[in-house]
Design a protein around this ligand. Structure first.
Ligand code: NAP
Length: 533
């Protein structure tokens, strides 16, 4: 007989921003918790995405925890937008400061989780044979944590380096003297390619859809600005909670419509927000993501700006984005378009020149073979649902999560799923998650989950799960809101349409303030829309 697995109040899957904070809250509540983490240390997304040029496109002073005033006062950020190493250093500081590692089992990938109805507990198993049981299972598995690599014929025969931005080698990569292919031009490709091009002998960027990108306008942190925000941190966080995406309160949204201003004023407004940098550009007018005509005005402005940066007209033509601005996530870059003026950078538009196969020594396109020594897949993730569906999660009556979600991720509030009692998903599909500043959204979820567990215990209840009717209504509401926007009018990972065969369903919930209010109301009403036993 194998020994009985250790029992905990909570098992938490993942030790990124979400799992770490969940562990802190569990301890504060006097609950025993064990964290299972696939990586070799804390960090989650920021552990794995260690590619050159990786940095956040939400400002450092906002993309950080707020649960501890001492923590937010003692940590200093060095740049407006933090690099991946700086965010990872911050998370390591948090792990040290709160002594988190003693409850985290690293190098342990959870393979299955089964709800044992008689005991109302979860049995969790991992790839290293470790098992554990818990009253509550918290999936802090991340929204963008399963890298997606397209099935390119011949990939296995390629003899050079094969890399993915979302699974970067811990030791880094020396690109000196190498000819490199970068496939994909989303945020990861746009950030990494210019840095790789500065080091490598040659870079060929393979593009399928030209990206809309706005300069990040990154700069060293202004110490006065940092001190100023620290002096009013609580108010600043509160003001951000009232923003549609949970950030940017110091760059107020221009509440008008882009169509109400005359062309000169509109242009001046776009210029002003362009100078703000990155995602803040979308605050130039309140209707940019809602009104196709307003969006077209902003898109034309961005196209013009991009064209000004590229010397070769043919390259500029290929790089010119089309369709709705920010329907795929808007990118924030530092010298991406300017990179194409370098002699050692080439662009292949795979719509005009398809990639046919990989050979031992390069990539064969319809126009011949391009010899390369390394291929960087910047091809994104099986987002939102990928990590949860990779685990064999079995709820009541043998119901499997991946079967339940075969037509899309049914859930209530992005927090719970009918048929899976006491399983909580942090920033799950159906919550603002990737359409918001992730860190405060994580804290809001973890606080809600902690309060819910506290309430269950105080009221002598053993389990909570979503009501099937509430779940259907919620997913319908999330999609109805999305249909009012431009988001459903293109192919994007928000819709799952970047992964062949994945059902096309819009997963994130638009609008942080309304969402947060709804979560609070549901809890105040004794967990309305949930079945409590
Ligand atoms: P992504 O946005 O999904 O971009 C993947 C890219 O690969 C797209 O250009 C896509 O083209 C291309 N692609 C996929 N399959 C291909 C194929 N078979 N052939 C050619 N091209 C192919 O992934 P990502 O860049 O890793 O970013 C994902 C998300 O992570 C971002 O949207 C953002 O939310 C987050 N992120 C944030 C930051 C930041 O904070 N600065 C940095 C990196 C990532 P199509 O567009 O045609 O599908």
């Amino acid at each position: 007989m194998p020994p009985s697995p250790a029992h905990h109040d909570l098992i938490i899957i993942g030790a990124g921003f979400a799992g770490m904070y969940m562990l802190i809250r569990a301890r504060e509540m006097g609950l025993s918790a064990a964290v299972f983490e696939k990586g070799g240390d804390v960090g989650g997304t920021w552990y794995w995405n260690a590619y050159p040029g990786a940095r956040c496109d939400i400002e450092s002073l906002e993309y950080s925890y707020q649960f501890s005033e001492e923590l937010q006062q003692e940590w200093d950020w060095s740049e407006r937008y933090a690099t991946q190493p700086e965010i990872l250093a911050y998370l390591n500081h948090v792990a040290d400061r709160f002594d988190l590692r003693r409850d985290i089992r690293f190098g342990t990938r959870v393979t299955s989780a089964r709800f044992e109805e008689a005991e109302a507990r979860w049995l969790v198993e991992s790839d290293d044979g470790k098992r554990g049981t818990a009253d509550f299972l918290v999936a802090a598995t991340g929204c963008l944590s399963v890298p997606y690599t397209p099935a390119i014929p011949g990939l296995e025969s390629f003899r050079g380096k094969v890399l993915h931005t979302g699974e970067w080698p811990r030791a880094g990569v020396d690109f000196r003297g190498l000819r490199v292919a970068v496939i994909g031009t989303g945020s990861s490709g746009i950030q990494s390619a210019p840095i790789i091009a500065a080091e490598a002998e040659h870079v060929t960027v393979f593009q399928r859809t030209p990206a809309y990108s706005v300069p990040a306008q990154n700069r060293p942190m202004d110490p006065e600005q940092q001190a100023g925000i620290k002096a009013r941190y609580a108010e600043f966080r509160e003001a951000n909670r009232l923003q549609i995406a949970g950030f940017g309160s110091d760059c107020p949204m221009n509440e008008g419509s882009a169509l109400d201003d005359n062309p000169e004023i509109r242009r001046a407004t776009f210029e002003r927000y362009w100078e703000e940098g990155g995602l803040l550009f979308l605050r130039a007018y309140a209707d940019l993501l809602l009104n196709p005509e307003a969006n077209a005005e902003a898109a034309a402005f961005v196209r013009e700006k991009i064209a000004e940066k590229i010397r070769d007209p043919e390259t500029a033509r290929k790089l010119t984005p089309y369709g709705y601005l920010a329907c795929k996530r808007l990118c924030a870059d530092s010298g991406y378009f300017e990179m194409f003026n370098r002699d050692n950078v080439a662009l292949v538009d795979v719509n005009e020149t398809p990639m046919e196969e990989m050979t031992e020594t390069g990539i064969r396109t319809s126009e011949g073979e391009i010899p390369v020594d390394a291929v960087v897949f910047a091809t994104g993730f099986d987002a939102m649902t990928g990590a949860l569906e990779r685990i064999d999660i079995e709820g009541r009556d043998g119901l499997r999560l991946r079967d339940k979600w075969k037509d899309g991720p049914l859930n209530y509030l992005g927090l719970e799923v009918a048929g899976f009692p006491n399983l909580f998903t942090v920033t799950g599909p159906g919550s603002p998650s990737v359409l918001s500043n992730m860190v405060p959204s994580i804290e809001q979820h973890v606080d809600w989950i902690s309060d819910c567990i506290g309430w269950l215990r105080a009221n002598g209840k053993r389990s909570i799960e979503a009501d099937p009717g509430a779940e259907l209504a919620w997913v319908a509401q999330v999609n109805a809101i999305a249909d009012l926007s431009i988001y459903t009018h293109c192919n994007s990972w928000y819709l799952g349409s970047n992964v062949p065969g994945k059902p096309r369903v819009f997963s994130p919930c638009l609008g942080v303030p309304d969402y947060n209010a709804r979560c609070a109301e549901v809890a105040a009403a004794g967990y309305e829309g949930f079945i409590v036993r």
